[in-house]
Ligand binder design. Structure first.
Ligand code: C2E
Ligand code: CA
Ligand code: CA
Ligand code: CA
Length: 281
């Protein structure tokens, strides 16, 4: 494996050789994890606040590490981004989730198809590899492009605005839509909101966690919802954990909500059970 590179040396300098060796082993494991079938896609439902229906599913990757057990993305996505392994991992996640959601839409949810939300990291935006990858996955899985929503963060769209707007335009021409994730935490100039073809704002969960107790957070959430609606966007609240938050968000006209109150991210077979239960009413 190739270990040269500026970031590696910095890591070696600050954390010492033993830790650097551990990191190297971790990285080698990550490199083999796709071939060894160690990744899994978990899904978290996104609920309509109007009627409580599940309308979207967010795909969230997990790694069954042979020694360390089930790892959350926070523990390996940064390494994957730094090494470029996020490119094959991101493609695998999108392919697997698109295949799965297409299967549900053809069987369990045919009368009311679900949208799939997939996280895209900055590295996947570099060069021009994202659009052909998305096109191929749509062709191979048969997922309706109108059911695919790509979640980007503000920092990503800021890095190279010209490139970003080209790629986003190409993705929307394929029929996919774009969400702005963790909204409110970045440094976005509001002009980006109408320069880019964004159809959904996801309000970061740091605001939602405080809406019951802090007037400032409530005001920010209210402002984001109004802003989004004025621009014709759908607004999603992330990290909804309590009934009180849900009621408040509903009274603020927020469209959709996601959080532990409804469900944690769960494995595919548990989503299928949830969808079946929903159909039986
Ligand atoms: P995110 O895109 O902001 O995803 C939402 C995260 O919030 C998930 O963490 C989810 O489990 C968590 N969450 C959902 N509801 C609640 C709640 O009510 N309370 C709290 N405290 N947390 C909640 P997770 O699955 O650990 O993912 C963390 C981050 O890793 C994601 O944040 C996303 O940025 C990244 N990620 C996950 N999967 C992928 C992927 O396939 N590709 C890329 N590039 N990034 C991914
Ligand atoms: Ca997300
Ligand atoms: Ca988020
Ligand atoms: Ca995040």
């Amino acid at each position: 494996a190739k270990v040269a590179g500026r970031a590696r040396y910095e890591v070696g300098d600050t954390i010492g050789n033993a830790a650097a060796l551990e990191l190297l082993k971790f990285e080698q494991g990550l490199r083999r994890a796709i071939d060894n079938n160690q990744f899994d896609v978990y899904y978290q439902p996104i609920i309509s606040l109007g009627d409580g229906r599940i309308v979207r599913l967010e795909a969230l990757v997990r790694w069954h590490h042979p020694q360390l057990g089930l790892l959350s993305p926070a523990s390996f996505i940064p390494v994957a981004e730094e090494t470029g392994l996020i490119l094959p991992i991101g493609e695998w996640v999108m392919h697997e989730a698109a295949r799965q959601v297409q299967e549900w839409n053809a069987t369990l949810t045919a009368d009311d198809p679900l949208s799939l939300c997939v996280n895209i990291s900055a590295r996947q935006f570099e060069k021009h590899r994202l659009v052909p990858g998305v096109r191929r996955i749509l062709e191979q899985t048969g997922l309706d492009p109108a059911c695919l929503e790509l979640e980007l963060t503000e920092s990503l769209t800021m890095q190279d605005a010209v490139l970003a707007s080209e790629i986003l335009r190409d993705l929307t021409q394929l029929g996919a839509s774009i969400s702005l994730d963790d909204f409110g935490t970045g440094y976005s100039s509001l002009s980006y909101l109408h320069r880019f073809p964004i159809s959904t704002l996801k309000i970061d969960r740091s605001f939602i966690g405080a809406i019951e107790h802090r007037k400032e957070s409530r005001d920010i959430v209210q402002t984001i919802i109004t802003l989004g609606h004025n621009l014709g966007m759908t607004v999603v609240a992330e990290g909804v954990e309590t009934e009180a938050q849900m009621h408040l968000l509903r009274s603020l006209q927020c469209d959709l909500a996601q959080g532990y109150l409804f469900s944690r991210p769960v494995e595919a077979h548990r989503v299928a059970a949830m969808l079946k239960e929903r159909r039986q009413g």
